[in-house]
Design a protein. Structure first.
Length: 176
């Protein structure tokens, strides 16, 4: 955690200078996506990949953000009740997030997630929530610990309302 405190980490837009070949989260589809697809997704405006770079240049993790929309019928009734009656609710998709397995347990996953949420809440483009599709039970637990809530009929798809994310960063700014 020392590096987190000392500010020796950088989160950067994925570029050709980043070594993607040696990245290894242990989840094959996430590794393959990062090696093969992430650059193309960025070029074609399908997703924005960001990487966590350690002081020595090692890529310790990545995440992607893109726009999405979720059918109004998928949201919990108590949330929809308070919204205008649009068929689609705009949201921000945290499509993928992974930490290199040699670097797990050091707070980097949480740091990447916080950066993604901050980027999402800082956008001027309206978005009701940040959405994630958890790949497995581990991922679901990770997101639930970070205050994500499951969609009623899709326990592996989770959301965090943008209003809550804004509150999170507001109280963080006050604490500092
Ligand atoms: C899940 C993942 C991103 C966590 O990254 P990490 O850097 O190890 O996590 P952190 O060190 O930031 O831990 C943050 C918190 O989540 C908890 N956590 C970490 N991995 C967890 C898991 N698999 N299940 C439940 N909780 C987990 C930690 O205990 C910590 O909580 P604490 O501080 O209260 O103890 C990482 O293990 C990973 O990349 N896994 C493979 C890919 C994946 O599942 N991605 C997620 C969704 S697609």
């Amino acid at each position: 955690m020392g590096e987190l405190a000392e500010g020796a980490l950088r989160i950067e837009v994925l570029g050709p200078q980043h070594d993607r070949a040696s990245f290894e989260s242990g989840v094959e589809p996430l590794d393959r996506y990062f090696r093969v697809q992430a650059g193309q997704d960025a070029r074609k405006n399908m997703a924005a990949p960001f990487v966590l770079v350690l002081a020595d240049g090692f890529v310790a993790g990545y995440y992607t953000l893109s726009s999405t929309a979720v059918n109004v019928g998928e949201w919990p009734a108590q949330i929809v009740r308070k919204l205008p009656r649009y068929p689609l609710i705009p949201a921000t998709l945290l499509g993928r997030l992974a930490v290199d397995r040699r670097q797990e347990g050091r707070g980097y996953g949480r740091y990447l997630l916080a950066d993604a949420l901050f980027r999402a809440v800082s956008s001027e483009i309206a978005s009701f929530a940040v959405i994630v599709d958890a790949k497995d039970e581990n991922a679901r637990r990770f997101y639930e610990r970070e205050s994500f809530l499951p969609f009623p009929d899709r326990p592996m798809k989770l959301f965090q309302p943008m209003a809550d994310i804004a509150d999170l960063f507001k109280s963080y700014a006050v604490e500092r």
